[in-house]
Design a protein around this ligand. Structure first.
Ligand SMILES: NC(=O)c1ccc[n+]([C@@H]2O[C@H](COP(=O)([O-])OP(=O)(O)OC[C@H]3O[C@@H](n4cnc5c(N)ncnc54)[C@H](O)[C@@H]3O)[C@@H](O)[C@H]2O)c1
Length: 481
């Protein structure tokens, strides 16, 4: 893999180890487009991965994280963007799957200039990718990104957004947990159930509140003592333990991973006493096959991307003008969706995760046709979301500052079908490299075609309050139900 971040003439990029050019195995996983973004003036180094636009523009959050290596960042964004494709398809959204990572420590490297530079890269993709919050990014950050790009969700309510998406992520996980309880124990009640929540950040904190309201007994752990204190200040009855090992040593009914991905590895799965695993974290399975090990041990694993879809449901709702009531009602439907998947899995005699993967593929693959068909994987993701004239504050920007310099240079074939390097000057000192794995002609045809389900062209986002030919996503949803 060519290290596109290696050249740093101004020395302003944070000094992370630059790894050897090793092709990542996940690079062969069928992504439509992977974009490396560098802005030397602000120190921005980001990767935007679009797995599939078969169902619509790729929606997924931006993770701001101090990855130790560029390969680690690439691997994460490839896995996360694939998971978003499954998640959005299963949530019945007219949206494809993508994700972005910004390499750096948000506490040290986040700045308005960096976020705005990032926003210009998103804008340069012309709506193929729509961003939102993820670990290390917040609604206030999205407000800043939105000053440079229309293709931003997860903004603050003051700026026309739905606010922090963890609100409905937690709602969805809670209802997924109720569905799992009903499937496992014959009742959706969580009263007196012992639930271990690992990670009480944005999602975990809100989930704990729902669990306490439902009468569950909650045990938490978090690497941040501040996060633990915040929960215990709000809910004095919540017990805290030192870490995952201690949490799993407790006699739990439900284990809820709500921190980073990869919580379910060989060791944790072996140590689990819980009957159910249901949490908000993305990509909980450390490697494929663990869903089967869990099922063989009689543990009901609620697929992460099924139950944590509340957040993407919330930010997707922003695309047609945020309506909290409508979005909440849809997130609560995760209860019904999860029950269906569990029942179907029983019929098929396999883990729920496999059934969920199959269902996602049916939805996205059916619409994509042969050009961008999503390949089903045994376990899905394996490790740990044109120039325009108006910004959200109504100011007109000098779109003319942007100019395309060079495109279409084939540089290498690192496991992708085709790798194309494009250099685009966004502002002086900024470069973008696009690694496109797709049939370019195929994609163009796809993007020209009217959107099958929503009646709007893929990649074209209706402006707020406006509907495409087939109506807003919400109207389309209403017709469907
Ligand atoms: N925020 C959303 O809307 C949303 C939506 C879908 C999925 N998710 C996923 O949910 C997870 C949590 O997201 P968030 O928004 O709450 O992030 P967050 O950064 O607000 O919270 C994560 C918490 O986990 C803690 N943590 C990190 N490593 C830990 C470890 N090893 N053990 C225990 N605690 C640890 C952190 O200290 C933090 O308090 C992530 O995997 C994210 O991708 C979030």
């Amino acid at each position: 893999m060519t290290n596109v971040f290696a050249s740093n003439p101004h020395g302003s990029v944070p000094a992370y180890p630059q790894d050897t050019p090793t092709p990542s195995p996940t690079a062969r996983s069928g992504h439509e487009q992977v974009v490396f973004c560098q802005d030397t003036q602000t120190g921005l180094r980001a990767i935007i991965a679009i797995y599939s636009t078969a169902l619509g523009p790729a929606l997924g959050g931006t993770r701001f994280f101090p990855y130790p290596t560029e390969d680690a960042a690439l691997s994460d964004v490839l896995n996360l963007s694939r998971a978003m494709t499954y998640k959005n398809a299963l949530a019945d959204l007219d949206l494809g799957g993508g994700k972005a990572v910004i390499i750096g420590d948000p506490a040290k490297h986040k700045s308005e200039a960096l976020l705005r530079a990032y926003g210009r890269f998103i804008e340069s993709l012309g709506g193929r990718y729509i961003t939102a919050c993820d670990i290390g990014t917040y609604s206030e950050d999205m407000d800043i990104v939105a000053r440079e790009s229309r293709h931003v969700t997860g903004r603050t309510v003051l700026n026309g957004g739905g606010g922090d998406s963890s609100m409905l992520t937690a709602v969805g996980v809670f209802h997924g947990m109720r569905a799992a309880a009903e499937h496992a124990w014959g009742s959706a009640s969580l009263e007196d159930r012992v639930v271990g929540v690992e990670g009480v950040g944005k999602v975990g904190y809100r989930l704990v509140a729902h669990l306490i309201d439902a009468g569950a007994r909650v045990v938490i752990c978090d690497v941040s003592s501040d996060a633990v204190r915040r929960v215990q200040a709000a809910h004095p009855g919540v017990a805290a333990v030192g870490g995952r090992a201690e949490l799993l040593a407790r006699q739990l009914d439900i284990y809820s991973p709500c921190a980073m991905g990869g919580a379910l590895n060989d060791d944790t799965v072996a140590a689990l006493s819980a009957r159910i695993v249901c949490g908000g974290a993305n990509n909980q399975l450390a490697h494929p096959g663990l869903e089967k090990v869990l099922a063989d041990r009689g543990i009901l694993y609620a697929p992460d991307y099924l139950v944590n879809a509340g957040g993407v449901i919330q930010v997707a709702d922003e695309l047609s003008g945020f309506n909290a009531e409508r979005a909440t009602a849809r997130a609560e439907q995760i209860f019904v969706a999860a029950k269906k998947i569990f029942a179907l899995a029983d019929e098929e005699g396999g883990p729920a995760r496999r059934t969920a993967d199959g269902r996602s593929w049916q939805v996205a693959g059916h619409l994509a046709g042969p050009l961008t068909r999503i390949r089903p994987t045994p376990a899905g993701p394996s490790v740990d979301t044109d120039s325009h004239s108006n910004s959200t504050d109504g100011r007109t920007r000098a779109a003319g500052k942007r100019s395309r310099r060079k495109a279409g240079t084939v540089i290498e074939a690192c496991g992708l079908e085709r790798v194309v390097l494009q250099e685009v000057e966004i502002r002086r000192g900024s470069t973008m490299c696009t690694k496109s794995a797709s049939s370019v002609a195929g994609n163009r045809a796809l993007f020209k075609a009217p959107h099958v389900r929503g009646g709007r062209a893929n990649g074209a986002r209706p402006s707020q309050g406006q509907a495409g030919k087939g109506g807003t996503p919400a109207q389309v949803q209403q017709r469907r139900h």
